[in-house]
Design a binder for this molecule. Structure first.
Ligand SMILES: Nc1ncnc2c1ncn2[C@@H]1O[C@H](COP(=O)(O)OP(=O)(O)OP(=O)(O)O)[C@@H](O)[C@H]1O
Length: 339
């Protein structure tokens, strides 16, 4: 039964392209991304700032549609229905109910003028049609589940009266109140100190195991990926450049960009006994996307093929795909790790 569920697809993104108008041209911040999320899975999206992680994840809930001109191509199928074709009024029913999102800064998502209790209750009254009393009881349960020590007292507080870690827990309680099937977590621990970060990661993992909720976890931090994600997609300039199960990606990172991200974790470099190449420079802007491989301007191994032709995404072992010319011509033995 469990196996059957695992094989179902909760979310399927097919060749998604999301473009914004820049200097009178439509430029893609997300450029042909495909992914599948199954029930109960934690899928990580990792990449530096500007790689398109947030645009991609916010597109699922169409969060940019209100305040900016945006063009979508491809499909985002949630339980088989294309969210890109839904009117925004229907998206409101899906947000917070079937798909929830938590962000880096909880204060941006929480209202400063309402108590914690009122805010969580409101979501339940709106989406689950609970009475005020039932919603209050359920809110206390949710706060308890996220490990808030005195949930009854927390209900009466305003967000600014809580610490950063507690605010993040309240946001998680609110996001999970309606038992969504998918949680999008966009850098939820980046602004927190390491001990609180660890607690929040543990909480998300625990809720994922207990409730079977799927998670799309967005981060720039490979260390965080290793602690929470079952599988990972590495994004660079709008494209997935490598994807694999987490353990496989850490044991056998193939794309020079993935290797560069892993080189930022010092203990991993020591464990591997082999220096991984550090990445120089920063992610180019949308108006400076290279013609061939998007990473060629920062790759020490790039040659003319890389500069002129976009590489295909090649499956090098079951479930492990790489978008790099070094793997596309069958010469996998070519040493990708810079010496
Ligand atoms: N409304 C917009 N108009 C033009 N360009 C945009 C718009 N929104 C995002 N971009 C561009 O899209 C690219 C991807 O941005 P995105 O925020 O998804 O990156 P990210 O990987 O999530 O980085 P960060 O972690 O800093 O949020 C960036 O180059 C950004 O400048």
């Amino acid at each position: 039964m469990m196996e059957e569920k695992k094989n179902e697809t909760l979310l399927e993104i097919k060749d998604l392209k999301v473009s914004f108008p820049v200097h009178k041209k439509w430029l893609p911040a997300v450029d042909g991304v495909s992914l599948e999320i199954h029930p109960g899975e934690i899928t990580g999206i990792v990449g530096e700032s500007g790689s398109g992680k947030s645009v991609m994840s916010q597109s699922i809930l169409r969060l940019r549609d209100h305040d900016t001109a945006v063009r979508y191509e491809g499909e985002i199928l949630f339980e088989g229905e294309n969210l890109l074709q839904k009117p925004l009024s229907q998206m409101r029913d899906i947000r917070g109910n079937q798909i929830s999102v938590i962000f880096q800064d909880p204060l941006n998502s929480l209202s400063p003028v309402h108590t914690v209790g009122n805010q969580i209750s409101e979501v339940l009254i709106l989406h689950k049609q609970l009475s005020k009393e039932e919603a209050g009881k359920r809110s206390i349960q949710m706060l308890k589940m996220t490990g808030i020590p005195d949930p009854e007292a927390c209900m009466k507080k305003y967000p600014f009266e809580l610490s950063g870690g507690m605010q993040q827990r309240v946001m998680i309680a609110m996001a999970l109140a309606c038992e969504p099937k998918l949680l999008i977590a966009d850098e939820p621990t980046t602004a927190l100190d390491v001990t609180i970060q660890e607690q929040i990661l543990h909480l998300i993992r625990d809720l994922n195991e207990r409730l079977g909720m799927s998670v799309l976890f967005i981060t720039h931090d490979m260390g965080v990926v290793s602690r929470i994600c079952h599988s990972v997609k590495v994004m660079y300039l709008g494209q997935v450049v490598e994807e694999a199960q987490t353990q496989e990606l850490f044991e056998n990172p193939c794309h020079p960009y993935t290797q560069g991200l892993l080189a930022c974790i010092p203990h991993l470099r020591v464990e591997r006994g082999k220096e991984l190449p550090m990445i120089q420079g920063s992610v180019p802007s949308l108006s400076n996307i290279p013609e061939g491989c998007h990473f060629c301007t920062r790759c020490s191994l790039a040659d003319d093929t890389c500069r002129n032709c976009p590489p295909p995404l090649v499956e090098i072992s079951p479930g492990h795909k790489v978008k790099c010319w070094k793997y596309a011509d069958g010469s996998k033995e070519r040493e990708v790790t810079a010496s």
